[in-house]
Design a protein around this ligand. Structure first.
Ligand SMILES: Nc1nc2c(ncn2[C@@H]2O[C@H](COP(=O)(O)OP(=O)(O)OP(=O)(O)O)[C@@H](O)[C@H]2O)c(=O)[nH]1
Length: 525
């Protein structure tokens, strides 16, 4: 059965109950060390690890009250809120412990080290700290972070070995870990069965994400996938580039343009996922999965966090994996780009978070270039399997249904992953210019202009794409450019209900809108 509906989110769907943006920051580990996220230094920054605005209340609030609230939230399956509350309780308790002041934030971020170092000097506070860690472990177990939970419980047991609740939770955690290790994961599997798997496709501009999406849809026709397309450009082009939608089988597509789901349209992502759940529930249908294609400038961490931060989504969906596509030709230059202090390098983030890495466009590079790139990629992400492709052609079972995402792995490297108060700053010099105008282009003039533009400015113009009306051509002319590599070809005929007009987008650094508009308009007949 075909089940294709293309629709944009309604205003009232996205505005209501819009959650606040929830970017993240990183911690240590080599895998994440190059991400250049803004990090706070616990030794120098007294606000390190504290949530704001909750932190303001914490100074005066009673830790017991926050602890009770965290326990209630956990019982009611509001796990993300429970994490924020328990962290708040820990912060409040930390204030009460003079010894903790010498090791700021350790109580929050590294329970085991804290317990080992201060075990003998906590006095009456020891069982209280242990109790809070036990609650945090309980919440983490519910979210699937077993390794982290086990660490918190070990620390709690060090401080309060005889507390029955800690022992019970340890036994429960061991049981779940055993299930996980033995691969039987009965309870987890039963819980996951009813959940819709989600797949995040990420990768820098022009790396081959849409090509991969088309490939997945083609190879899985008959399976029902909903797709969320997110574009950075001022004008959406990708929806026109998803090949032969009607032939691809069962999908629902939601487009989110002009903003990045990792920050400005993050609330839209949550509402988009919720509306997919609502639609399938109303229709009584079942989805095989949701595929989210991020912009080429997205930080995948906040996108992944969405699957924990929203209670409904957490209950009904499970993040199967983050698939990062790499452009073998241009990736290194983006990985090595120097960014100002505190500004993140998205290309690095995308690799650091990957559960699978697809090194695409191997046709454009030599063996030795691939070797060099592999080394660099491995210095950022040691673990994710790497797959080498042309035109993103990969065996679908290597990237879909992989159960690749692990909360534990992310928490190991980024203890702050589940906090809702982290900084994350994109490079403000990178922007997009969209041109939309009627008329027909002259192919020769267009070629000459674009060739000159990209030869001269191709270092700064990362990505160009467009759907153009070319004189003498009955089809929509699709133009694609990545730095200085560009090309175009007629695609399918203009749909009857679509006006023949030009839509072109440039994404890059220090773009000159007036110059681009002037240049393009000069190619019109
Ligand atoms: N030479 C070559 N070109 C490729 C390969 N894979 C994809 N392309 C081309 O690269 C261009 C960009 O591919 P897309 O799939 O649109 O890339 P994207 O990551 O979705 O791009 P954005 O969403 O704009 O960031 C298109 O013209 C593709 O046809 C490949 O393996 N080799």
């Amino acid at each position: 059965m075909k089940w294709w509906t293309s629709y944009a989110l309604q205003e009232d769907e996205v505005k209501e109950d819009r959650p606040k943006e929830q970017p993240l920051a990183f911690d240590k580990e080599a895998q994440f060390a190059k991400t250049n996220r803004s990090r706070k230094d616990p030794a120098r920054d007294p606000t390190f690890g504290r949530s704001d605005p909750m932190a303001l209340a914490c100074g005066t609030c009673e830790w017991r009250e926050k602890h009770r609230a965290a326990q209630s939230a956990c019982k009611e399956s509001r796990f993300f809120e429970a994490v924020q509350l328990i962290n708040c309780a820990l912060e409040a308790l930390e204030q009460q412990i003079p010894e903790a002041k010498h090791r700021p934030a350790l109580l929050l971020t590294e329970p085991q080290t804290f317990a080992e170092e201060l075990q003998g000097s906590l006095g009456e506070h020891a069982p209280h700290v242990a109790e809070l860690w036990a609650t945090r472990a309980d919440i983490l177990m519910n979210l699937g972070g077993l390794k982290r939970a086990s660490g918190e419980l070990a620390a709690a047991a060090l401080l309060a070995p005889e507390v029955p609740r800690i022992q019970e939770l340890q036994a429960e955690c061991r049981k779940l870990e055993r299930y996980q290790e033995e691969g039987i994961a009965e309870e987890a599997a039963t819980a996951a069965q009813g959940k819709v798997p989600a797949h995040i496709l990420t990768g820098f501009l022009g790396s081959g994400k849409t090509t991969l999406l088309n490939h997945i849809l083609q190879e899985t026709s008959g399976r029902r996938f909903a797709v969320i397309e997110n574009e950075f450009g001022e004008i959406g082009i990708d929806d026109k580039l998803i090949a032969r939608r009607e032939d691809l089988g069962a999908e629902q597509i939601i487009e989110m343009n002009n903003g990045c789901i990792c920050c400005t349209v993050r609330g839209d992502l949550i509402q988009g996922l919720r509306s997919i759940l609502k639609k399938t529930s109303l229709e009584g249908t079942k989805l095989d999965g949701v595929i989210i294609e991020t912009t080429g400038l997205a930080d995948p961490a906040p996108v992944a966090q969405t699957f924990f931060a929203d209670d409904l989504i957490q209950a009904k969906m499970t993040l199967d994996g983050i698939i990062t596509v790499v452009d073998a030709k241009h990736c290194l230059q983006h990985l090595r780009e120097e960014k100002p202090e505190g500004v993140e390098n998205e290309a690095v983030e995308q690799l650091a978070f990957a559960d699978r890495i697809i090194v695409n466009k191997t046709d454009l590079v030599s063996e030795s270039e691939i070797e060099e790139l592999t080394k660099e990629v491995r210095s950022i992400n040691r673990l994710a399997p790497m797959i080498y492709t042309q035109k993103s052609k990969v065996k679908v079972e290597e990237i879909i249904g992989i159960r690749g995402f692990s909360l534990d792995r992310v928490l190991d490297s980024d203890a702050e992953f589940l906090r809702d108060d982290q900084d994350h700053q994109h490079d403000q010099t990178v922007s997009s210019v969209g041109i939309e105008c009627p008329g027909e282009c002259d192919r020769e003039k267009l070629n000459a202009w674009i060739a000159k533009l990209l030869t001269e400015r191709g270092t700064d113009i990362f990505r160009t794409k467009g759907v153009l009306a070319v004189k003498g051509c009955d089809e929509r002319f699709v133009f694609q450019g990545i730095h200085m590599i560009f090309g175009g070809q007629p695609q399918d005929p203009w749909p009857e209900n679509e006006e023949r007009k030009n839509r072109l987008v440039f994404i890059g650094r220090n773009l000159d809108r007036a110059e681009l508009e002037r240049g393009f308009k000069a190619t019109l007949v």
